[in-house]
Write a protein that binds this ligand. Structure first.
Ligand code: SAH
Length: 486
């Protein structure tokens, strides 16, 4: 082996190395009364240190805040004795000479000191902080960019459950028992992975601390063997940033992702790289798996102890056949949960700037497929439409002509406004507008290859038609109005 291969590749080195300072019950002194001092006080009050602000004339705002937060205010001229018992000192006077003196005093007392906005005088820097006590994520940039640090902070904050601290505290209570009962190595790692991402974590997330403790105890008794769980998750209408944070978190934890054809690759790719991906896609005309095969697959994966995300477009409970999957899981005794998603109607309305309810015009809305209009008795929702409800039609392209004809026959005005969105929320979206009488043209259009949402009702008139094309501009059948006007 050549000498160079055993030498680590050089990495950029940190000039300020992160460590965590023990401050519990110790004094942290902040000298100054301005905004800088206040900002540091707000940061440090997240710790269990005894906070002391040394300021000759504290503002009323600072004094009030200190009283509420149990912070000591020492209204005195700064002298070195006032910081002598501190574990950390902040010089935040906004006066260079004063800050220099405080830094010199602190160093003489061997106390690490931070001078606000004067990196050259600092022994340490404070991080941007994600606080899930006892868990903390500290972000530092060595002063390169506080804005950058805040951006990173915001992203990490969103990734972590707000209840992570509670989960970590529960974990601390189990540590000794786990060390006694679960062998070190694979079994122990599996225990903790299940603890931090499985049922225990889910129960903590919804505030069921006692139930979580019970679940963790059962997990301990099983020696850490995992139990399957299926999350029926709404992936939203297609744009990956319309996924909910919870959906994102579950995706990152999933062992297996079972997804529909309408869910874009970019969303599926948010899962772990090593997660198994199964396309259960049912797209018009090419059923790759039947519903009962999908039900059986979910049950089987659950029985294998897998953490499964069943990813469905939009919301899982809107035309998603999630009810059947849920029933199969329930019958098999496999735990499951639902995560709502942004349904296509909402995404289409947003793209069209279309108020689904409109004061004085429409105060109810209908989610339908339109397939029940093809024959037989008029469904109830048609009467709601005539009564002024806004109607969102899923899977409606192939029945557009029937829907229009029957609604007109039933008494809905042929000039009722209609908005159509193909690929709502995606950059490939296309918007069309027209009237009920124009709607049949949709059915003949072969250029519409993406999913299509149709919205009908007087509220549609409130939409923004600047970016939409007229349905009437496309050749195709139009209903003969004279014949139907009675
Ligand atoms: N559960 C889904 C609906 C599944 S049914 C939801 O809540 O949105 C499939 C139908 O949804 C499609 O035929 C189409 O009418 C509609 N749809 C789904 N995604 C869409 C999108 N991005 N744009 C327009 N319509 C969409």
């Amino acid at each position: 082996m050549s000498r160079s291969t055993i030498i680590d590749t050089p990495v950029a080195r940190l000039n300020a190395f992160p460590i965590f300072a023990k401050v519990e019950g110790r004094v942290v002194a902040i000298v100054g009364a301005g905004d800088e001092a206040f900002a540091k006080a707000r940061l440090m009050v997240q710790s269990s240190a005894h906070l002391r602000i040394i300021a000759v004339e504290p503002t009323a705002q600072l004094a009030d805040w200190a009283a509420v937060n149990g912070v000591e205010i020492l209204s005195a001229t700064y002298r070195a004795e006032l910081i002598a018992d501190a574990a950390l000192v902040f010089a935040a006077t906004d006066d260079l000479d004063a800050d220099r003196r405080i830094v010199a005093d602190a160093r003489a007392l061997r106390i690490p000191v931070n001078a606000v906005d004067r990196p050259e005088l600092c022994d340490f820097f404070t991080p941007a902080l994600v606080n899930r006590a006892p868990v903390a994520v500290a972000i530092g940039t060595e002063g390169a960019g506080p804005v950058l640090a805040q951006m990173i902070r915001a992203r990490i904050d969103l990734m972590l459950s707000p209840q992570l601290g509670a989960l970590a505290r529960l974990a601390a209570g189990f540590r000794d028992a786990v060390e006694k009962r679960v062998p070190r190595g694979v079994a122990r790692r599996r225990f903790w992975k299940e603890f931090f991402t499985g049922e225990t974590a889910r129960q903590i997330d919804v505030g069921q601390v006692d139930a979580a403790r019970g679940t963790a105890t059962a997990l301990l008794e099983r020696g850490g063997a995992t139990q399957g769980h299926v999350a029926l998750v709404g992936a939203g209408p297609g744009a990956e940033d319309l996924l909910t944070l919870r959906a994102h978190r579950l995706l990152m934890e999933a062992d297996v992702i079972v997804h529909d054809a309408l869910v874009p690759e970019a969303v599926i790719a948010m899962g772990r790289r090593d997660a198994e991906r199964i396309a259960a896609g049912k797209r018009k005309g090419c059923h790759s798996k039947t519903q009962s095969q999908i039900n059986a697959l979910l049950v089987e994966l659950g029985r294998q102890g897998k953490r499964v995300v069943r990813l469905k477009s939009g919301d899982p409970l809107v035309f998603g056949r999630a009810g059947e999957e849920m029933a199969a899981l329930r019958d098999a005794g496999i735990s499951y949960e639902f995560v709502p998603g942004v349904t296509a109607a909402f995404a289409a309305a947003a793209d069209f700037e279309l108020p689904l309810t409109l004061r004085g015009v429409s105060s109810s809305m209908v989610f339908t497929t339109g397939h029940d209009l093809k024959g037989g008795p008029l469904p109830d929702w048609a009467r709601l439409a005539i009564g002024g409800a806004t109607v969102a039609i899923y899977m409606g392209r192939s029945v557009a002509a029937d829907v229009a004809q029957r609604l007109i026959d039933a008494g809905l005005a042929p000039d009722t406004a209609v908005a159509v969105v193909e690929n709502a929320s995606l950059s490939a979206k296309r918007l069309f507008h027209g009237t009920l009488a124009d709607l049949p043209r949709l059915q003949a259009r072969e250029d519409l290859t993406g999913p299509v949402m149709t919205i009908i009702g007087d509220a549609v008139a409130g939409a923004n038609f600047e970016r939409s094309q007229a349905l009437a501009a496309h050749a195709g059948a139009r209903l003969d109005l004279k014949e139907n006007a009675t």
